[in-house]
Design a protein around this ligand. Sequence first.
Ligand code: 6XA
Ligand code: ZN
Length: 343
Amino acid sequence: MKTVYSPLHAGHAGQMELVTSAIVPGFEKPSRAEFIRARVESEKLGPIIRPLEHDLAAAKRIHKSDYIDFLPTVWPQWVASGHEGTAMPFTWPTRGLRGDVPPKRIDALLGYYSFDAGATFVEGTWAAIKSSYDVALTAAGLVKGGERSAFALCRPPGHHAGAGFMGGYCYVNNAAVAAQWFLDQGAKRISILDVDYHHGNGTQEIFYDRADVQVLNLHGDPMVEYPFFLGHADERGTGAGEGFNINYPMPFGTGWDAWNASLEDACARLTAYAPDIVIVSLGVDTFEKDPISQFKLTSPDYPKIGRRIARLGLPTLFVMEGGYAVEEIGINAVGVLTGFEDR
Ligand code: 6XA
Ligand code: ZN
């Protein structure tokens, strides 16, 4: 399996993050991608290639045009306004407020285009976002070109980003962009299987009323887990999309047996849908030692995930999402991929 990787991710570094009771160094840090890249090498998964540059047309097939145009301007606006340090929002247009008038101040605009304070900017952030997008589309091109699978080593991740908003370390929804790109290239149906610990609220929002992308999501119960405001089992899609969004919220402490039962059900529904291509939103923050998550998967479980996905027998694009136990992130993420290759 080829891996697509860009060193430009590393410029998205040193950002601060708001957690429940403090502002702390970001968990979503460059070493995550570097541990994965090192493991791809040491496991001899296959060649590591650089992405091709893409224009933003494919991003605008998924995201609102004004939102995509805004992203490269954030850091220059932040600096021009005299700010220093991490750019992050502090006010959001929730129920009862007007969300349709973009304010003129950059700190307020960040809130206009976000659902939380978790998608922050430093100087290298836009270049990293763009490289992550290029990584996803380049890996999608490999699968379109006939490869059985490809690994998009995306950083920053994407599954919390919606059509017009960022949040949860995510800016451009790489998996959703790739799905739309496959459809635009002639595919009829795509399944997105999101195995990250957190619900992929952005992916769900983007495809909620559509029948051409099936979205299957295994995650921590949003009653008690981030992103809190989406991801319940009764969210099944709307209109033409009715029945094509499937959520598997699970309680804190979920281990392999219960998690695997959800995976089996998701795989059965995926097979019944008969997509042309599977996109795996690959988060490994389900790991027992993940510092921000509450599931109990162990390192030997990850190859089992890959083996099960391989048994679907479909062209498969793996898109990297979350995972914050950096010492083990490479072992676990690449474990899925070597499991897929049954070795
Ligand atoms: C809230 C936690 C953000 C989780 C991001 C993630 N600060 N999503 O891993 O998959
Ligand atoms: Zn996650």
